[in-house]
Design a binder for this molecule. Structure first.
Ligand code: C5P
Length: 474
């Protein structure tokens, strides 16, 4: 029996087939098969003789797996990297499907040493993609289509090599090309040997990926596959990955804060001693900037009042740059009224009462005595406004001990609605680092969030804000 090849179809037919396949979330090959199958069943079924408008689609055999991508069905493109944890990705397919998520798989070359396309395909209920160029089947793999026809790209396990490729924008195989081509959210579940995870190169790559907005779940600490090896590097469990994926799938980031205005303060302040010296602190501004970026991505009109930081201005955000606490307060007042005020800046508590206009000269044996005066408390000032107070005022509390206890006291003292408290002891690496473990203190109590990237904290906070505004009808 002769075989039909898609390449032999005329261009117009090929184009129409491609569109139809894309609409149904199928490969062109599968779409052609479906058309042929439908045509064959119409030949035998009496309904085939009815006019086209009266025909119902041919019923497909019932499958417990959500392989058809109906409009409401969420789709995940699961990229499986080459690591021993790849076997857990098979379970992950099931766990996602149980929650009504359709899963399409891409296996890297290395992944195929650990699991087979047959097992992944059988579970996913559709063809597994492996190669950028698939000459055997004359099939249009279409990495752009794979990148687009999904609600989330999930990389599990994300090996050190895949992370390096993502961080540098390499695109020499199907997985990396899809990751470079996608505009959808990307969630990775790293898995590697603890030494590889702690290597400076991987730390650099992770920082780049977080900066690029990639969401990271895990890795967890525990025993490694290699005998006698233990530490941070085990892939997060499938249910943990599902828990990280579902909020991304359920959120419509473009809409959560549409029509709302948000003010964010971020970074440290610099308080002049003289024209060359200043008092500062170790705040990097990463958390505040991530919040501004997440709020903008969620559709809010965002003003970011930023102290001196070494970060790029977040896209789509009106960034106002200031140096001192007094300048920050003035810029904040200028930005009001807003719906939500988030005060993440590490404002210096004191400034030098009389900063020198000329550089202070060293005088042997007589160090200068700097008289300090207290800076305005920007958060408390805004929270206590009777007119023009934002509907939701959120402060931050960087603590090194008795975190929630101090944060609760701060909530009352500052008059804000929520406090996001975190442990900034040196051992946590939060100051200047990329991850954060925060407690959200509201009038209803304390919620402790799991350690996650600052971007994830920002997105979770945005979701909480959107819910709070919706609940109060604002
Ligand atoms: O009092 P403390 O500095 O611990 O409070 C931290 C919270 O108060 C943060 O939200 C910070 O942005 C805000 N703050 C402020 N102005 C100050 C001091 C702190 O807005 N002068």
């Amino acid at each position: 029996m002769g075989s039909i090849t898609i390449r032999q179809l005329d261009d117009d037919l090929k184009h129409r087939l491609r569109l139809r396949a894309a609409r149904h979330g199928r490969s062109m090959e599968d779409e052609a098969r479906t058309i042929l199958r439908d045509a064959a069943s119409e030949e035998t079924a009496p309904a085939a003789r009815q006019p086209a408008a009266a025909r119902r689609p041919t019923p497909q055999p019932q499958s417990p797996r959500p392989t058809e991508t109906a409009d409401h069905l969420k789709r995940v493109l699961l990229i499986v990297g080459g690591g021993i944890a790849a076997y857990k990705s098979l379970d992950l397919i099931r766990r996602l499907q149980e929650r009504g998520v359709a899963v399409r798989c891409v296996l890297t070359g290395a992944a195929r040493h650990f699991i087979t396309t047959l097992s992944a395909g059988a579970l996913a209920g559709e063809r597994v993609f492996t190669d950028l160029f698939d000459a055997d089947t004359e099939f249009d793999v279409g990495h752009i289509r794979l990148a687009r026809e999904t609600d989330l790209v999930l990389v599990a396990p994300a090996t050190a090599d895949l992370m390096a490729k993502m961080a540098t924008g390499a695109a020499d195989d199907l997985a990396s090309a899809v990751l470079l081509a996608t505009a959808r959210p990307v969630l990775i579940a790293p898995a590697m040997n603890p030494r590889m995870w702690s290597h400076p190169a991987t730390r650099r790559n992770l920082a780049t990926l977080l900066e690029d907005g990639v969401i990271v779940v895990g890795p967890n600490a525990g025993e490694m596959a290699e005998q006698g090896e233990a530490g941070l590097g085990r892939m997060a469990e499938p249910l943990e990955i599902v828990a990280a994926a579902l909020p991304v799938l359920s959120a419509h980031p473009g809409k959560l804060l549409a029509g709302k205005s948000v003010l964010v303060t971020s970074g440290p302040t610099h308080e002049s001693i003289d024209p060359v010296r200043y008092i500062a602190n170790r705040s990097s501004g990463k958390q505040g900037h991530a919040i501004a970026a997440a709020a903008a991505q969620a559709g809010a009109e965002v003003t970011l009042v930023s102290g001196p930081v070494a970060l790029p201005d977040p896209p789509g955000v009106n960034t106002v740059k200031v140096e001192t606490a007094q300048e920050m307060l003035a810029a904040v007042n200028q930005s009001l009224p807003v719906d939500v005020g988030i005060f993440a800046a590490a404002v210096a508590d004191w400034r030098v009462e009389k900063a020198g206009t000329n550089k202070m000269k060293k005088q042997a044996g007589r160090p200068p005595k700097l008289a300090l005066s207290e800076n305005p408390d920007i958060l408390a000032t805004v929270a206590h406004r009777t007119r023009g107070r934002p509907a939701l005022v959120i402060g931050f509390a960087a603590e090194t001990e008795r975190i929630t206890e101090h944060a609760k006291a701060k909530l009352a003292r500052k008059g804000c609605d929520w406090i996001v408290a975190n442990d900034v002891s040196e051992s946590t690496g939060v100051m200047g680092g990329d991850s954060n473990a925060v407690h959200l203190i509201t009038k209803d109590g304390v919620e402790s969030w799991p350690p996650q990237s600052k971007q994830e904290v920002a997105r979770a906070l945005v979701r909480r804000i959107a819910n709070a505004l919706a609940e109060t009808g604002r």
